[in-house]
Design a protein around this ligand. Sequence first.
Ligand SMILES: [Zn+2]
Length: 391
Amino acid sequence: MNSLRFEIQAEDGEARAGVLTTRRGPIETPVFMPVGTAGTVKGIRFEELESEDLNARIILGNTYHLWLRPGIDVIKAAGGLHRFIGWERALLTDSGGFQVWSLGALRKISEEGTEFRSHVDGSLRFLSPEVSMDVQAALGSDIVMVFDECAPGAASHEETERSMQLTTRWARRSKTAFTQLQAEGADTGRVLDAAGLSGSQALFGIVQGAGHLDLRHHSLEQTVDIGFDGYAIGGLSVGEEKQVMFDVIDEIAPKMPKDAPRYLMGVGTPEDLVESVARGVDMFDCVLPTRNGRTGQAFTSRGKLNIKNAQWAQDSRPLDQSCSCSVCRRHSRSYLRHLYMSGEMLASILLTHHNLAFFLDTMRGVRQSIRSGDFPKFRREFTERLSANGE
Ligand SMILES: [Zn+2]
């Protein structure tokens, strides 16, 4: 497969800085991808995501949510997800596996796939590797994820092994269905070949195995054996201890194929990102900057700051004195607190903007420091500053 190009341009320990070239242009890595669950990154306009302030090169869409609502007929009629939502930069879609997994007792898993009730209208739905590939082709995303099964963080070895083996079989079926769909031209996001880029979608495999390192190894081996354009670590940040998460990343990330992008799914806080880059990860997504923005929590270079706290009532400083985003250039903590306490929607919008700016800017700093050979220093200073609780 050659629908993606990935070039590592600098390394510092296990950390890598490079360029991931999708059919919609180059993306510098390590990269943070804002999550656009239902075809919108909540609380922020696409113009802002594209602005110098944020300059997000790639965002995520959720197959599960878009499949249930508005449904693929609507998105196909619009000519794919890019056109439907008005976003011309790169899009990655997840497979729906994780969302279905999150439904817990409401789902029924078989060899064939997963049956569950739609949270939108209660109808009985069935998601399988073939359906997921079909939906992701209709969405026309640039990076497609295989349909996987996620074992709970605390699952036994036996239960995790069963789940991991199912994920491998589903990965094989995903690739077969994906290849077939590409050949049939089902991908709505197809772009004309240009500058050596392939116009087709790229497909990533997912390594599972919860906190069991032997199963993680086994999963990695089997996934690489099938062969994908990129490789993800899934099933972390699902309630396991932080140390378990880092044990898995420590052990697995450096052993993933060096010449392919490595994506850590659904993780995490700014410090998780920096720590995972140090272990060789290239791509991240997480709802934290947007979700926490809506609940009054700001991520800053000096730790998390809860805008509800009375201590900011008359504080004329910006959220983060080291941040140059448009919110920090213009507004004080005092004003942002006032907006939040008054239930004004602008509070969520502004906090979301700043949080995304902070995540994206952190990754910019990470990339620069890897390129200049200063990543260990960047990592140490970044971690030290975070303990200041916003002060
Ligand atoms: Zn800011």
